[in-house]
Design a binder for this molecule. Structure first.
Ligand code: ATP
Length: 493
C-alpha cells in the first residue's frame, strides 16, 4: 500500500499564510522504474508531504481519500497508459497540478497530457536537482494562482493553464498552445527558464536588452516576443540587419542624415521597438550615434544642432563572441555595457536537452497540417538521431530539415531513413533491421555474448558523446545511474 512521508509543515511559504496552514501534498505514481528517480528526500526538502502509489488503482484511491496538490505521473505503468487517470484526476479536481514524467519517445502522449491540463512535463533521465526545480516551479505556479484567486495578490501575467478537455467545450483547447510555447517559442527545457523569466518580468520595462546566441537560436523570435509582451506592442517593431548593410549606408539608413534630410529607420520605430541584429558588426560611427541615441533618444546627424527625438526601446542581438569583438576593437566597450542592462544568452540547440524533440514534434505537426500530411511524431530511431545531432545551424536547421521531410514523405511517424543524409552519415539506420544487420556484421558484433555487446555499445556511445554519460544515457534511453552502475560492475570484475 502507499507509503507516507511527512515534510516540515508550513515552510514553503506558499500554502501557509493562515492558521489552517498545511504542507502541499505530492502524490508520486512510482512503479519500480521511477522509485530511484523520485526519492522522498527531494519532496521533503521542499517541505511537501509525499504519498507513493504503486499502481494506477492505488493512485485513484489516494486522490479520492486525500487532498493532493501535485500528482507526479509517468505516462505509462506496466504498458498501461496513464492518460485516462490524468483525465479522471482533472475531472475530479481541476485545481490539482499534474506533472507528467515522459520518455523521449513519448512526446505525443506528453503533448496529449498537456492538452488535457497537465501543468508541466519532465523527461527521463533527470537528476534529483532537476526534479526538485520542477516541483518547486509548479508549487510557485499553483501558489501564485491560488493567491490571485483569493485576491491576496495579483499576478500580472499568470501563465495560462489549459482548460481541461472536459471543460473546453468545442475543443478549442486542442489548438491552444501549451504554457511552454510562448509566441511560437518552445521553452520547455530548464535551460530556457531565463527566457521565460525575461518575458514575465522585463518585457514591459524600457531597459535595453542584449540577446546573444549562435545563428538560428531564435534571437529575432525572442525580440519579437519581448515586443509583443511589452507596453509598446501596439507600436512598430523595426528590424535593422546590421550585418547586411554597408557601414556607410548603415549610418545614413538608421539615423537621421544631415545631407538629404532623411530621418532614418530609427525614427520609424517611434513608440515601438528597434531591433538591431548583429550589432557587433556595425561601423564604429554607427556605434557612436547609437550611444547618443541610448543616452537621450537623439537621432540627429552627428554635429547637427536640431535634435530629433525618437522614443524607441532598443533590443540588440549578436551571434559573435562579444568579448572577443571588444578586444579586437570592433565593438565599443561603453556601448556594450550600455546595452548590457539585461543580457540574455540563448543556448545552442544541442544544449537544450528535451527541447530538441519538443521543437521537432511541434514543428512536424504544424508543417504536416499546412502541407496536408499525416505525420504526428518520430520513431524512437529517428528521435535518437535528432537528439544526438550537433545542429550547427540550430533551430533554423531543424525547422528546414522537418520541412524537407514533410515535403518529400508522408505517413504516421517519421522514420530514420526519411532524415537527410547529413544527419545519417556514419550511423546505422535503427528502423531498418536488414541494414542494421549488415552494419552489425561489418562490426563483428554479431554472434558475440549480449553482455559484451552491451558494454561495447555503451562505451562507444559515451565516446561518441564526448565522454558525457548523461548525453549517452539520453541516446540509449536509460538513466545515467544505469550506466554508472554497469561501469562500476565491469571494473569490479
Ligand atoms: N524556441 C523556439 N521554438 C520554436 N521555433 C523557434 C524557436 N526559436 C527559433 N525558432 C525558429 O527558428 C528559426 C530561426 O529563428 P531566428 O531567426 O529568430 O534566429 P536568430 O538567432 O535570430 O538567427 P540569426 O542569428 O541567423 O539571425 C525561425 O524559423 C524561428 O521561428
Amino acid at each position: 500500500m502507499a507509503i507516507e512521508e511527512r515534510g516540515n509543515p508550513g515552510a514553503t511559504g506558499l500554502f501557509n499564510t493562515d492558521a489552517n496552514a498545511r504542507s502541499p501534498v505530492v502524490m508520486v505514481l512510482a512503479p519500480p522504474a521511477l522509485n530511484d528517480l523520485c526519492p522522498a528526500t527531494v519532496f521533503k526538502s521542499l517541505d511537501c508531504e509525499i504519498r507513493y502509489a504503486n499502481s494506477i488503482a492505488e493512485a485513484k484511491i489516494i486522490a479520492e481519500d486525500d487532498i493532493v496538490d501535485i500528482a507526479l505521473l509517468p505516462l505509462d505503468v506496466n504498458g498501461r497508459s496513464v492518460l485516462p487517470l490524468i483525465r479522471d484526476l482533472i475531472k475530479r479536481n481541476a485545481e490539482q497540478a499534474i506533472i507528467v514524467v515522459s520518455k523521449s519517445n513519448q512526446i505525443n502522449d506528453a503533448a496529449e497530457a498537456m492538452r488535457l491540463g497537465a501543468l508541466d512535463c519532465i523527461f527521463v533521465p533527470f537528476t534529483h536537482n532537476r526534479l526538485e526545480k520542477t516541483v518547486s516551479q509548479v508549487l510557485q505556479k499553483i501558489g501564485g494562482i491560488r493567491k490571485a484567486q483569493d485576491g491576496t495578490i495579483a499576478i500580472s501575467k499568470p501563465r495560462a493553464r489549459l482548460a481541461p478537455a472536459h471543460k473546453a467545450g468545442s475543443g478549442h483547447a486542442a489548438h491552444a498552445d501549451p504554457h511552454w510555447i510562448r509566441h511560437g517559442m518552445v521553452l520547455s527545457d530548464l535551460s530556457m527558464n531565463p527566457v521565460l523569466h525575461a518575458l514575465d518580468t522585463i518585457a514591459s520595462s524600457d531597459a535595453p536588452i542584449y540577446i546573444q546566441g549562435e545563428t538560428g537560436t531564435g534571437k529575432e523570435l525572442l525580440a519579437r516576443a519581448l515586443h509583443a509582451e511589452s507596453n509598446r506592442s501596439a507600436g512598430p517593431f523595426v528590424v535593422v540587419d546590421c550585418a547586411r548593410l554597408e557601414p556607410d549606408t548603415l549610418t545614413h539608413q538608421v539615423f537621421a542624415d544631415g545631407r538629404n534630410g532623411s530621418k532614418g529607420t530609427a525614427s520609424t520605430a517611434d513608440g515601438g521597438t528597434l531591433f538591431l541584429d548583429e550589432i557587433a558588426r556595425t561601423d564604429l560611427r554607427v556605434q557612436e550615434q547609437l550611444m547618443r541615441f541610448l543616452e537621450n533618444g537623439d537621432i540627429a546627424p552627428l554635429g547637427a544642432l536640431d535634435a530629433a527625438k525618437v522614443d524607441a526601446r532598443i533590443i540588440c542581438a549578436s551571434s559573435e563572441d562579444t568579448r572577443a569583438e571588444i578586444k579586437a576593437g570592433r565593438l565599443r566597450e561603453d556601448l556594450y555595457y550600455r546595452l548590457h542592462v539585461v543580457p540574455i544568452t540563448l543556448p545552442a540547440l544541442r544544449d537544450r536537452g528535451e527541447d530538441i524533440l519538443v521543437i521537432a514534434n511541434t514543428k512536424l505537426v504544424q508543417t504536416a497540417r499546412q502541407e496536408g500530411r499525416r505525420f504526428r511524431g518520430f520513431t524512437p530511431g529517428a528521435a535518437g538521431i535528432l537528439v544526438s545531432h550537433p545542429w550547427p545551424g540550430n533551430i533554423r536547421q531543424l525547422v528546414n530539415v522537418i520541412w524537407n521531410i514533410v515535403l518529400h514523405h508522408d505517413g504516421d511517424l517519421v522514420t530514420a531513413d526519411m532524415l537527410p543524409v547529413d544527419l545519417l552519415a556514419g550511423l546505422p539506420d535503427p528502423d531498418n533491421s536488414a541494414g542494421l544487420q549488415a552494419t552489425l556484421a561489418d562490426t563483428g558484433l554479431l554472434g558475440r555474448p549480449l553482455a559484451e555487446i552491451e558494454r561495447i555499445v555503451i562505451e562507444e556511445t559515451i565516446r561518441a558523446q564526448g565522454g558525457s554519460i548523461p548525453r549517452a544515457a539520453q541516446v540509449l534511453d536509460v538513466s545515467p545511474s544505469t550506466i554508472y552502475r554497469k561501469r562500476e560492475h565491469w571494473t569490479q570484475k
